[in-house]
Design a protein around this ligand. Structure first.
Ligand code: NAD
Length: 261
């Protein structure tokens, strides 16, 4: 029996970097990848104590890296931190993201740049830095390859309202996922994305606090509930593992059926 395929979702021995892992979806993705066996490099602008405690409690390894992804300046050092601690970087999850809400007529350049810089620009340049490591030749002359997972959005598919920079960045991120897959699939990197539906996190607290918007959103989710961060774990482990070896450039909605409506 080929034991390598006994559990194609097994991430034992892999090193996974998750940005925005202090809270919300990034925290849940980091915990899920750790449960599948990966060591976690958690990148966030604030301390990720809660994530670290949860991962270490389940016997996993967690390296916190404090960095602000609103510029590209810290990116080389972030990748180097993973290499220094674990000697490799196999999986990157570009999850860190922010949102700014205003009518398009009033939208400021500051709100445009802030969102695009974190959600799109830093995601690209971190993918580039990670891919250079994943594709570097090892002593045997071959590269290790890797997995890159971008966290997209329903607004990669739809327009939304009052979130011009967010929709632009997330639509761009889905396009970028396809471009990177085309360039790197043959080199051994799977680039894919997950599009979460409406998930209960800090990011969506204002929507849930608005009774009218909350009701409108719930009414069109076939599953009948907001998503929980842990709902993303299965798709994240799938895209991070050998189970998705021939999967390139797709964006998987994990949305309770929102897009099917
Ligand atoms: P969240 O606000 O709960 O968490 C975002 C995390 O990113 C936080 O830990 C934050 O500290 C970190 N972060 C933000 N800016 C950063 C920066 N400049 N440098 C470093 N870290 C930074 O949000 P969330 O809901 O967990 O969202 C995670 C991702 O999922 C985002 O990309 C978001 O756009 C996307 N998303 C969320 C939903 C949802 O319904 N919650 C839906 C679709 C997509």
């Amino acid at each position: 029996m080929n034991t390598a395929f006994a559990n194609p979702f097994d991430l034992t021995g892999k090193v996974a970097m998750v940005t925005g892992s202090r809270t919300g979806l990034g925290q849940a993705i980091a915990i899920a990848l750790s449960q599948a066996g990966a060591s976690i490099v958690g990148v966030d602008r604030g301390p990720a104590d809660e994530t670290r405690t949860a991962i270490e409690a389940q016997g996993g390894a967690f390296l916190p890296v404090t960095a602000d992804l609103s510029t590209t300046a810290p990116l080389p050092a972030i990748v180097q931190s993973a290499l220094d601690r674990f000697g490799a970087l196999d999986i990157l999850v570009n999850n860190a993201g922010i949102i700014r809400r205003a009518d398009a007529l009033d939208f400021t350049e500051e709100d445009w740049d802030a969102v695009v810089d974190v959600n799109l620009k830093s995601a690209f340049f971190l993918a580039q830095a990670a891919a250079r490591t994943m594709l570097a030749a090892r002593p045997n002359g071959k590269s290790a390859g890797g997995k890159i997972i971008n966290i997209a959005s329903m607004l990669s598919f739809q327009g939304g309202i009052r979130v011009a920079s967010y929709t632009s960045a997330k639509s761009g991120l889905m396009g970028l996922t396809k471009l990177l897959a085309c360039e790197w699939a043959a080199k051994g990197i799977n680039v894919n994305a997950i599009a979460p539906g409406y998930m209960a996190t800090n990011n969506t607290a204002p929507l849930r606090a608005d009774a009218e918007r909350n009701g409108q959103i719930l009414a069109r989710i076939p599953a009948g509930r907001w998503g929980a961060p842990a709902d993303l774990g299965g798709a994240a482990v799938f895209l991070a593992s050998e189970a998705s070896a021939y999967v390139h450039g797709i964006t998987i909605p994990v949305d309770g059926g929102w897009l099917a409506r």
